[in-house]
Structures are given as structure tokens and as C-alpha cells.
Design a protein around this ligand. Structure first.
Ligand SMILES: [Zn+2]
Length: 237
């Protein structure tokens, strides 16, 4: 199998994942034509301006979303990437996903460039609160409050109009620059600045259903599902 050979020959390999890897866990891709952003304006429920204007509305959206994502399970694609890391064939995973499924599948070095649902944070004193406590507060209040200063907590997810988490993009860029192969899985490479990471690596390959912005520059493009394709890679290595 060509992709398995590339991974074996071009070390170190770093994986970059997007929404497409989690659709097989039943998590819809918000940006797809049938995704939620086709009917709900993200600037109304998932932007930093919306959070400052109407945190209750933003939290009613995220409360539902966090519940949905916590119910999802890692799929064969997440498990295959964790297995490749275990075998020393993947150095780290950079992900645009906030669902924490890579960590739950067993991946140890995961860079979550858009944050995650694992926590919420206080913009005033920078206290970080875990999701369990946040959800418990949301059972009784419309918004969770900082236990230290009483401010409304913000979901630990990067919102529209917000900068990426400090350090995450720097680490992702450093990993990409050091990679002999960047393996893109389930991303159409349209959301910057993450979309530029493959161009920082010495070479890159893509596994994605449908076209991506960088198909023409990839060493190899496989138009297929993450679980099936990466499962075959693990079996071939
Ligand atoms: Zn605080």
C-alpha cells in the first residue's frame, strides 16, 4: 500500500486532522452544505462578539454541543492514528477538532489548535475550569461562572473572531517544519492558518473524501474515509 510505504520511508510523520475524521463518529461537519452553519449564523452563537453580547445564547448552544460531543466515541481512524503513534510512526497529531476524540483514542501528543470542549476559561483571571464542573453549573444556571472572580466562563473552544490558543499554532508550525511527511486526514484545508501547515512540511499526503485546496501539491491523495484507509495502513505496516 502506497500510503503505508510513504509513512515508513518518510519519518518523522505528523498527522493533521479536521472535521472529516470525526464524521464517522457521528459528529456532523458544521461547514458541510448540510452542516449547522448552513442554517445557523456562527457569528450569532459561536463568535467572541456574540459571547460578549449574549453569553446565555452562546452557552445554550455550547451546552448542547458539549453534550453531543461527549457522547461520541473515537472511530477506526482515531484508533489507527493512536496505534501509529504507539509504534513510533507518528510523532504528534495536530487537530482542528474540539471533540477530544484523539486523546480518548489513546493519542498522547495532541495539539488542539482550535481548543477543546475539555474546559472553559475565565477571560478576566484566566482560571480554567473542567467540563464536568461547567456542565454541573449549567444544570442550575444559564451560564457557568468563574469560581475565583465570578466572571462568566468562556467555552475552551476557539471562537470566530478569536486568536488561536497561545502556543498551539507555534507548536503546530514547528511540528510541520520538522516533518518529512505531513499526513492530512479529513480536512479540506480551507480554514487558515491551519490550512497552510502542509506547505511547511517537506512533503504531505492527503486522505479526504472529496477535493481539498492542496490536492495538486500532495505527494499522494486518497479520496476515501479515514477509518477504512488508516485501518488498512496499520494492517500493512
Ligand atoms: Zn475569573
Amino acid at each position: 500500500m502506497e500510503l503505508a510505504a510513504l509513512i515508513r520511508e518518510r519519518q518523522p510523520c505528523v498527522v493533521l486532522t479536521g472535521a472529516g475524521i470525526s464524521t464517522e463518529s457521528g459528529i456532523p461537519d458544521f461547514r458541510s452544505p448540510t452542516g449547522i452553519w448552513a442554517t445557523v449564523d456562527p457569528f450569532e452563537v459561536a463568535s467572541i462578539d456574540a459571547f460578549r453580547r449574549d453569553p446565555e445564547r452562546v452557552w445554550s448552544f455550547y451546552r448542547q454541543r458539549i453534550g453531543l460531543l461527549r457522547d461520541a466515541e473515537p472511530n477506526a481512524g482515531h484508533l489507527a492514528i493512536a496505534a501509529l503513534e504507539e509504534r513510533g510512526l507518528v510523532r504528534a497529531v495536530v487537530t482542528q477538532n474540539i471533540d477530544t476524540l484523539h486523546s480518548r483514542a489513546g493519542s498522547r501528543d495532541v495539539v488542539e489548535v482550535h481548543g477543546s470542549i475539555r474546559s472553559a476559561m475565565c477571560l478576566a483571571c484566566l482560571w480554567t475550569e473542567g467540563a464536568d464542573e461547567v456542565l454541573a453549573q449549567l444544570e442550575e444556571h444559564p451560564v457557568p461562572l468563574c469560581r475565583h472572580c465570578g466572571e462568566v466562563l468562556k467555552p475552551g473552544v476557539t471562537m470566530f473572531g478569536e486568536l488561536l490558543p497561545a502556543g498551539a499554532l507555534e507548536r503546530a508550525t514547528e511540528l510541520a517544519r520538522g516533518a518529512a511527511l505531513l499526513l492530512v486526514v479529513g480536512s479540506t484545508l480551507e480554514v487558515w492558518p491551519v490550512a497552510g501547515l502542509p506547505l511547511e512540511a517537506r512533503a504531505f499526503a492527503i486522505v479526504n473524501r472529496g477535493p481539498t485546496a492542496l490536492d495538486d501539491s500532495a505527494l499522494l491523495k486518497i479520496d476515501g474515509g479515514a477509518g477504512e484507509t488508516l485501518g488498512a495502513v496499520v494492517a500493512a505496516l
